[in-house]
Design a protein around this ligand. Structure first.
Ligand SMILES: [Zn+2]
Length: 136
């Protein structure tokens, strides 16, 4: 798996709409997992690229990340857990270490507090929720 992320700036936040979108997709995918790529601009996560053809096994949606086109704005991953468990699984940690700097996990019941962000080592990191930004 050749995945490269070339943006180097610190990821400090996520746009509110992107977060709401991820929670909605997670809810719709239940009881299966959903996985996707996070795209950031100037340190702010603004877009979620949903993984095509997510498996319906209810496990390891994240493993299909290799199917996604990875570009310069890709900064990490997002996936859902159909259980209330917000902790990265051992499998998740292996993938976090391979690619990206920020990884979001969304857990059942997919409400506004059902998510956490982690760095590539699986350590929880704070992400600020930011209202839609317009740049230049
Ligand atoms: Zn997971």
């Amino acid at each position: 798996m050749e995945i490269e992320a070339t943006t180097v700036e610190e990821i400090f936040g996520i746009e509110r709409e992107a977060l709401i979108f991820m929670l909605e997709v997670s809810r719709k995918s239940h009881p299966n997992e959903f996985a996707g790529i996070l795209r950031a601009e100037r340190g702010l996560i603004r877009e979620v690229l949903v993984l095509p053809g997510t498996r319906s096994s209810g496990r390891s949606a994240l493993l299909e990340l290799h199917m996604l086109p990875i570009d310069r704005s890709a900064c990490g991953t997002v996936h859902s857990h159909p259980s209330p468990d917000l902790q990265p699984s051992p499998e998740d940690l292996v993938l976090f270490a391979k690619f990206g700097r920020v990884h979001v996990i969304i857990a059942y019941p997919y409400d506004r507090s059902s998510w956490r962000a982690y760095d590539h080592r699986g350590r929880e990191i704070p992400l600020k929720i930011v209202d839609a930004v317009k740049w230049g």
